[in-house]
Design a protein around this ligand. Structure first.
Ligand SMILES: [Zn+2]
Ligand SMILES: [Zn+2]
Length: 289
């Protein structure tokens, strides 16, 4: 628990909360409430889960109420925790086992210009990368049960949009995994990427981490969004591999003193965007010339 937290948050031990779910009838109740558009009355919910024994039904519903289910004037509905469990059931995080063999899709690679890029899915992680230069490479978790909602040819764009949604949430300071607070820092890179600092976003609570080029937080600065838009790129709608091409100039220079900073420079046509990324990954001095 954070000492600075201003609101009191009561939590019950997770062991107790998750133990409540180790029962088929209770999971069926969560599913029925999740599928319902409106709160359900006692008898309506009992009918939907098909439980003839009213006493047994009442006992198990009582266990969920106050935790995963709330009871109001209109009947029973899922609490926020209940909706998260229902969402996890739908996303297949606990049940699905899926993979997609590597396949090529149309590039080009924004760094080396290679005509095709590669997408693959295994171990619940999506990977998008250039098979030639290895500089353009993205890897992130993706819910397995969302795979079959897309034709294979549509998967690279779907993976990319998922990554964008995760990135936007993290840039706003929230963990995509648990909703905890996220802090950004510039850290030295361990790999042989053509830049020696990376932006690291780490959740204070669950430890989930996102690492990227220092360019990433710059892309969503309003000045940068307008800069790209003026050059025909919508950073919220176009695939990230189309943000700039191999003929555009793109550079990250770093100063790794006591306070590491990165300067990002992108030249599209006759215009040049520069921005400074501070040690806490805050973006300042965004300029277009
Ligand atoms: Zn490449
Ligand atoms: Zn977290």
């Amino acid at each position: 628990m954070n000492d600075e937290a201003t609101a009191a948050v009561e939590r019950q031990p997770p062991e107790a909360a998750f133990a409540l779910l180790s029962n088929d009838l209770r999971v069926a109740m969560l599913r029925a409430l999740g599928e319902a558009a409106d709160p359900l009355a006692f008898s309506e919910l009992r009918e939907r889960v098909g439980e003839a024994d009213s006493g047994k039904f009442n006992y198990h519903l009582g266990k969920l109420t106050g935790n995963f289910v709330t009871q109001g004037d209109d009947g029973y509905e899922l609490s926020l925790a209940g909706r998260r469990v229902y969402g996890a059931i739908l996303s297949g995080q606990y049940t699905a086992d899926a993979s997609v063999d590597p396949f090529e899709f149309e590039g080009p690679c924004p760094f080396c210009g290679h005509e095709t890029l590669v997408a693959e899915y295994a171990d619940e992680r999506a990977r998008l990368y250039c098979p030639d230069c290895e500089v353009w490479r993205n890897e992130f978790s993706f819910p397995p049960a969302s795979l079959d909602q897309f034709e294979r040819a549509a998967l690279p764009a779907a993976f990319d949009r998922w990554m964008l949604a995760t990135v936007v949430k993290v840039l706003q300071g929230f963990c995509a995994n648990c909703g905890g607070r996220v802090d950004g820092t510039l850290v030295p890179t361990e790999s042989d990427l053509p830049m020696d600092l990376a932006a690291r976003f780490e959740c204070r609570r669950c430890g989930d981490e996102l690492r990227s080029s220092p360019t990433l937080p710059v892309l969503f600065d309003p000045t940068a969004v307008a800069f790209f838009e003026a050059h025909g790129v919508d950073v919220f709608a176009d695939p990230s591999w189309r943000y700039f091409g191999p003929d555009d100039e793109f550079a990250v220079s770093t100063a790794d003193g006591d306070e590491p900073t990165a300067t990002v420079r992108v030249a599209l046509g006759d215009d040049e965007l520069t921005a400074t990324v501070g040690p806490d990954v805050r973006v300042t001095d965004v300029r277009v010339e």
